[in-house]
Design a protein around this ligand. Structure first.
Ligand code: BEZ
Length: 284
């Protein structure tokens, strides 16, 4: 059964489509790593407004998109009425039939219980099935975030009240997590990907789409002033040759559920699989 998604609305699908279409476009390399084949059963985890689901369907895959945000799922269904979308959280989903692959672009970092996500993915895959995706790496959008956090503190928000909306692991952390769940990690790339944000208001538009958890700390009538301050603070690092550039940093990976082995969640290094130490384990 899927838990109800968070009640706080986070996403505006129309603003997302108008100002964040680069998210899907820049996910194409991750899609290439997936190497989808006609007839494969694939789930897009955190499908947003559905573009990658449509791309996979066009390649002959049997694809379903899931997302935790009702507005994004509603918009995906409106755009692609013949395709399959479902409201579900990455931390708590299941499928009726084992999948050949789970794909996820720029969504896993919004799921702040990453091991629960990886365990659901593992359980959803057939033996030999693959988990392919891209997410923010440690340090992702650090400059954008620091500017906004600093601006908010100038407007009286204590640091202790700042949210932690994102999970940005190091490559080692993410590989360890995947292996603990039972995956074999085949590819894991970490790289900086400075990302231009179109328009003079590109940075403010980015904050309004992606930093909603921060902006809701101040009343709507104060938000423009906070964002103006954040722009000022970010400008020396992020306004480059007449364009806002976001300091994105990525992890791209392909992991596989082994063909044989243990059932989901009982991987050899899963902490709960280890027996408690006994007196015999201690050095004399
Ligand atoms: C990302 O795709 O890396 C990202 C986008 C918005 C907020 C945080 C991360």
């Amino acid at each position: 059964m899927n838990a109800p998604p968070s009640p706080a609305p986070r996403w505006d699908p129309h603003a997302y489509e108008a100002r964040a279409s680069f998210v899907t476009r820049l996910g194409e390399d991750a899609l290439a790593l997936l190497d989808p084949q006609p007839g494969e059963r694939i789930l897009d985890l955190g499908c947003g407004t559905g573009e990658h689901v449509a791309a996979l369907a066009a390649r002959g895959c049997l694809v379903e998109g899931i997302d935790a945000d009702p507005a994004m799922i509603a918009r995906a269904r409106e755009r692609y009425p013949t395709l399959t979308f479902r409201l579900a959280r990455g931390e708590q989903f299941s499928v009726d039939q084992p999948l050949d692959a789970v794909f996820s672009n720029a969504a896993l970092h919004w799921m702040t219980a990453p091991e629960a996500v990886a365990r659901c993915v593992f359980a959803a895959l057939r033996p030999g099935g693959r988990f392919v995706g891209e997410l923010g790496a440690r340090g992702n959008v650090a400059q954008l975030r620091a500017a906004l956090e600093h601006a908010l503190t100038k407007f009286g928000i204590p640091r202790s009240a700042l949210p932690q909306p994102w999970y940005f692991p190091t490559p080692a952390e993410y590989a360890t997590l995947l292996e603990r769940v039972g995956f074999t990690v085949e590819v894991l790339l970490a790289f900086a990907r400075p990302t231009p944000l179109a328009g003079e208001d590109g940075l403010v538009a980015w904050y309004r789409i992606f930093a909603v958890d921060y902006l809701r700390l101040v009343p709507p009538e104060q938000q423009a002033a906070v964002l103006a301050r954040a722009e000022q603070l970010a400008r020396p690092q992020c306004w480059i040759d007449g364009c806002w550039v976001a300091d994105y940093s990525r992890l791209r990976f392909r992991a596989r559920r082994p063909l044989t082995g243990l059932s989901p969640g009982t991987g050899p290094s899963a902490p709960e699989a280890l027996p408690a130490p006994t007196a015999a384990d201690r050095p004399a």
